[in-house]
Ligand binder design. Structure first.
Ligand code: GMT
Length: 385
């Protein structure tokens, strides 16, 4: 198949899933074309296998807000026509489903069919879509899509509850390539850990875009309590609006030498397996991709019991779950696990097993391929009518 993919190319879960999906589809023999305002950050180094089409947005002085959605629609229609795309797959409803809708309508005038699939990721529904000014157009984008997927049961149910869409929503969970995200052998792990920690120190890690929903201040506060009990380090991967507040808390608590702010990293698969635990105390997660990537590396997560997280983490088996804001509880759980290496080890193995048996790319990518085929055969019928 020839598949066009549009996503936010910046640091964020939906862009990561879209990029990893494109990489897996290309590896499976499909022709993949990314269409976005810049190259998705995880695509670097894959330029030979996957085409990237930049969307130029002209900045005419009259435009206080350059119309990216329209430039994107135009580029989608062009790329679809020039490269004979079979379908478009857009990630994050706003504005991508609307641009895809416009591209489809433009091509219809040339008697070309371009079905599009929208994958809902989370904040497009839970935050952006529920802002009254975006709700009707988000619902329109969902209803006009030829197919819609959501990355968890929670998100599908939430979308139905809040948007009452006419379109059905298929759940295709997020995935991880278990051959890329995997534990390191003992020597490589020890060498990697030595970059951040002394022998005998525990390593906790956090990975996000440092938006308020991630509660990165809680991450530092949890770590501060853990560090009072035992020697430990915290690796903060990512960047975003709450980074400076988190750095300030680390300084105020006097633990700045133990907290390593690593900024945006393109190869998180090389850092995650160095850790003992991942902290994800988010206000809300429709899925929690960072936790899945860590779990595949045999690193269990201490997280909040929110959104779709319980579909991934079973409390006490492959990780721990706590109410939002329960800093004491999460810190105590980390300390308890560090003091019981047997239990931590069992949890780490269960985490890897969960990733392999339920969320491995080899299991999930065929679900997307089947969904594409269903949509294509449906639209083929529709176009004959
Ligand atoms: O929270 C983010 O990292 C941004 C957001 C996005 O769409 O870029 O992430 C959402 O999509 C991820 C990938 O499907 C999910 O793993 C995250 O749980 C989800 N974030 C929220 O629901 C807050």
């Amino acid at each position: 198949m020839k598949i066009g993919i549009t996503c936010y190319p910046t640091y964020g879960g939906s862009g990561v899933v879209a990029t990893e999906l494109g990489i897996e589809l290309a590896a499976a023999g499909h022709q993949v074309h990314f269409i976005a305002y810049s190259q998705p950050f995880r695509l670097r180094g894959r330029e030979q296998d996957i085409a990237f089409h930049e969307v130029p947005v002209s900045n005419y002085p009259l435009f206080e807000y350059p119309p990216y959605d329209l430039a994107l629609a135009t580029r989608m229609a062009e790329v679809a026509a020039y490269y004979e795309l079979d379908l478009l797959h857009v990630h994050y409803a706003i504005p991508h489903s609307i641009s895809a809708y416009l591209a489809r309508q433009m091509l219809l005038r040339q008697n070309r069919r371009l079905p599009f699939i929208t994958t809902l990721h989370g904040t497009d529904i839970t935050l952006v879509g529920l802002d009254h000014s975006y709700l009707p157009i988000t619902r329109f984008g969902i209803d006009e899509s030829d197919g819609v997927t959501a990355i968890s049961n929670y998100l599908r149910d939430k979308t139905i509850q809040e948007f009452h869409p006419q379109q059905s929503i298929q759940v295709i969970p997020n995935f991880v390539n278990c051959d890329v995200y995997m534990p390191l052998d003992e020597a490589a792990r020890a060498a990697g850990r030595a970059r951040y920690a002394e022998p005998g120190e525990k390593i906790l890690v956090h990975l996000s875009n440092f938006r308020p929903v991630k509660r990165t201040a809680d991450v530092v506060r949890i770590f501060s309590r853990v560090a009072k009990e035992l020697p430990a380090r915290l690796l903060m991967i990512g960047d975003g609006p709450d980074r400076s507040a988190s750095e300030w808390i680390a300084h105020r608590k006097g633990i700045q030498d133990r907290v390593h702010f690593l900024g945006k990293q393109s190869s998180v698969s090389e850092i995650l397996p160095l850790a003992d635990l991942l902290l994800m105390p988010s206000e809300l997660e429709s899925f929690g991709l960072a936790a899945l990537e860590a779990m595949a590396c045999r690193v269990p997560t201490i997280a909040t019991h929110v959104g779709g997280v319980p579909e991934l983490i079973e409390d006490g088996v492959n990780g721990r779950l706590f109410p939002v804001g329960d800093i004491e509880g999460m810190a105590a759980a980390a300390v308890e696990l560090f003091r019981d290496p047997g239990r931590l080890q069992a949890m780490a193995e269960a985490a890897r097993r969960t990733a392999q048996t339920r969320f491995c790319a080899s299991k999930i990518i065929p679900l997307y391929e089947r969904f594409y085929e269903e949509i294509l055969s449906g639209s083929a019928v529709a176009s004959l009518q």
